[in-house]
Design a binder for this molecule. Structure first.
Ligand code: PMP
Length: 407
């Protein structure tokens, strides 16, 4: 598909929610790392599905159910192609969190033994920490921290060499940090982990909307993401797993659709991915996720990333021109800027920005260990998407300046 030339004002016309006022001011939405706004093509696809092909999938033989099933399975193919993954290596989930829990409870619980180690980076979102703690408790395995440098907010590859050992069974790491935007060298990590026989779980929640992801090139064993961060609705996401791993894994949830034959003598499970998809799935969500990917692929993504990097630089320059503002782990050309003001509570600052129509996120960003490593209890994060403009950035800088004068 040929992409249309990048024009931020034309792109904005696809996003009805951006055209609104908050506290009497035009909205500046700088919280896309929490969730992206949705293009009308995605919103319309949900309405179209429920106005037409709505039926349960993989059940019955009437026309609507086969139309719904075809659309649902075509959506799986769209996700597979988006990730550079083979067909049938994609399992639907509610999002990144559920996918990580599935890996922990199906793969992890099946293979981990007392004394085994699960290496988890210190910059992870809680969604890529807590499932590993739960499975460690269930199996006697141990979660080992891969420390982050508190200033650069990057991971040290030499430290990875020192931490990997014959007990390491899993390495769990994000592709891009949700707090600082740190881009981790996944290919290098998978190579090192595979050398000692460990399996690598990549949390791609923040990456699929910025990086060109190819799980085959990355050689990731598992890769997860949430649809809502890539222009799709909440409640749908995907798990990629290498087919040999998925085939060997036992199911996690039991119920309808994940079986070949059930009797009181025992159950014969379906093949993967159906084996992991018990119950009625989010059909409209899966179809809308495919629509979101198709929409996103219609954009010149390289130009979009150049635009985002330009806006991030503008925001960084603006913030650095203000007194007492500290940027946390600044990453060049990332889509996020995390910052705090000495002596000012981050939520007070975010509230004053909201009153000026600027939506940013404040808090610990579901990354307590990273906050502890940096030595702060929270910060404000402005996150930029392809639909933001220079005017958005300038209004944000001006709003921070005004808020700081008041605090
Ligand atoms: N990992 C990262 C890096 C994230 O940013 C998020 C969402 N903030 C998650 C995991 C969890 O995603 P979800 O809540 O959509 O499951």
């Amino acid at each position: 598909m040929t992409s249309r030339p990048f024009d931020v004002y034309q792109i904005r016309r696809d996003f009805p929610s951006l055209d609104q006022h908050i506290h009497g001011q035009p909205l500046v939405y700088l919280d896309s790392a929490a969730t992206s706004q949705k293009p009308r093509q995605v919103i319309e696809s949900i309405s179209r599905y429920y106005s037409g092909a709505n039926a349960n999938v993989h059940r019955g033989s009437h026309s609507l159910t086969s139309t719904a099933t075809n659309q649902f399975e075509a959506a799986r193919d769209t996700v597979a192609e988006f990730l550079g993954a083979p067909k049938n290596s994609i399992v639907w989930s509610r999002g990144a969190t559920e996918a990580l829990n599935l890996i922990a409870q199906s793969y992890g619980r099946h293979i981990l033994k007392p004394g085994d180690e699960i290496l988890v980076s210190e910059m992870e979102h809680h969604a890529n920490i807590v499932p590993w703690q739960l499975v460690a408790e269930q199996t006697g395995a141990k979660v080992v921290k891969w420390p982050v440098d508190p200033i650069s907010c990057q991971l040290d590859m030499a430290q990875l060499d020192a931490l990997l050992n014959s007990n390491t069974k899993l390495v769990c790491v994000c592709h891009i940090s949700n707090v600082t935007g740190t881009l981790n060298p996944i290919r290098e990590i998978t190579e090192k982990a595979h050398n000692i026989g460990a399996v690598v779980v990549v949390d791609g929640a923040q990456a699929v909307v910025h990086e060109h992801v190819d799980v085959t090139e990355l050689d990731a064993d598992f890769y997860v993401f949430s649809g809502h961060k890539v222009f799709a609705p909440a409640g749908i996401g995907a798990l990629y797993g290498k087919p040999a791993l998925l085939d060997a894994m036992p199911p996690w949830h039991g119920g309808g659709k994940m079986v070949e034959k059930v009797s009181f003598g025992g159950t014969l499970f379906a093949q993967s991915p159906a084996k992991f998809e018990a119950g009625t799935p989010n059909v409209a969500g899966a179809i809308a996720l495919a629509e979101a990917i198709t929409w996103y692929k219609s954009i010149d993504r390289k130009a979009a990333e150049r635009h985002i990097a330009h806006l991030q630089k503008r925001l960084v320059n603006g913030i650095q021109s203000l007194d007492d503002l500290n940027i946390v782990g600044l990453q060049p050309a990332a889509s996020v800027v995390a910052f705090y003001v000495e002596g000012v509570h981050h939520s007070d600052l975010a509230t004053l920005l909201d009153q000026q129509g600027i939506a940013v996120r404040s808090g610990h960003h579901c990354a307590h260990p990273l906050m502890d490593a940096i030595g702060i209890n929270g910060c404000v994060r402005a996150s930029i998407a392809l639909y933001n403009t220079e005017e958005d950035i300038d209004r944000c800088i001006e709003a921070i300046r005004k808020a700081c004068d008041l605090l």
